[in-house]
Ligand binder design. Structure first.
Ligand SMILES: C[S@@+](CC[C@H](N)C(=O)[O-])C[C@H]1O[C@@H](n2cnc3c(N)ncnc32)[C@H](O)[C@@H]1O
Length: 245
């Protein structure tokens, strides 16, 4: 059991544990990506002031929790454009809201970033949100992330990064689809299975797919340096990039 799992088990008896367990079943590599995003945040140098972290896509709060546990002295603004998702995250993480470590922002990622001051954020972190964006919207979000980050600030994203080798990517996606059927049919979760398969079509569509080479080029074009795809786990990968001094 890793640290996040352990702490989640100890600290919660509510829905986040169920969400976490379900994600572990459906997409274990997504759980690992969330852990890696947290690990990258922990590795970010501390400063005398509280770190300002922006999270794109609160979801049910799984990544948010990983960020909260990664640094004791960070303030997180978690953005999501879906009220229903954010309400779940808010319920799951109310303790941190009460402790003023966490704030939720209901807005779309681009508009929320556009409302933030330049050079004001230490880390923009995310998991499994950017792949949902239309490609042109994603490019604008990346440019805004660059603008709001402080010099030396970091972008950290664990997500579906499609392989440049299209045949291999298709093979791995088919493998994912097979896995969804296997685990969700066994659990009799047919509606959830339908949702995952429908969502997969959107992920794979031409105007959404986040192809590795294009995604890394977008970061470079925005001005980022030290761009790394450090962990490739099937169709998932961890990408980090730094804003120069
Ligand atoms: C798949 S969930 C990931 C949640 C969490 N990071 C995790 O790994 O479990 C993606 C989240 O991004 C949100 N989202 C999608 N497009 C968005 C946008 N344009 N602006 C803000 N949030 C968005 C969705 O509402 C959803 O809650």
């Amino acid at each position: 059991m890793n640290t996040i799992e352990l702490e989640v088990d100890v600290m919660f008896s509510n829905t986040i544990v169920q969400d976490y367990d379900m994600l572990k079943l459906i997409c274990p590599l997504a759980v690992e990506m969330n852990r890696l995003v947290g690990q990258q945040v922990t590795a970010y140098p501390d400063s005398s002031e509280s770190l300002a972290i922006v999270e794109l896509g609160s979801g049910t709060g799984i990544t948010t929790l990983s960020l909260l546990l990664a640094k004791n002295h960070a303030h997180i603004v978690s953005i999501d454009n879906q009220v229903s998702m954010q309400e779940v995250a808010q319920k799951n993480l109310q303790t941190w809201v009460d402790n003023k470590r966490l704030e939720f922002c209901h807005n779309d990622a681009l508009s929320a970033l556009q409302n933030m001051a330049s050079d004001s954020i230490d880390i923009v972190a995310s998991a499994y949100t950017l792949h949902n964006f239309f490609d042109n919207y994603r490019e604008r979000v990346i440019n805004e992330i660059f603008r709001v980050l402080k010099p030396t600030g970091r972008f950290i994203n664990g997500d579906r990064y499609a392989l440049d080798d299209i045949n291999e990517h298709t093979r791995l996606t088919q493998q994912d689809a097979s896995h969804f059927f296997k685990v969700l049919v066994a659990e009799h979760k047919f509606e959830l299975l339908e949702q995952w398969i429908i969502h997969l079509f959107s992920d794979e569509s031409e105007n959404h797919i986040m192809r590795e080479a294009i995604a890394l080029a977008q970061l470079q074009n925005a001005g980022f340096i030290d761009i790394q795809l450090s962990h490739r786990l099937d169709v998932n990968a961890l990408v980090t990039a730094t804003k120069p001094k």
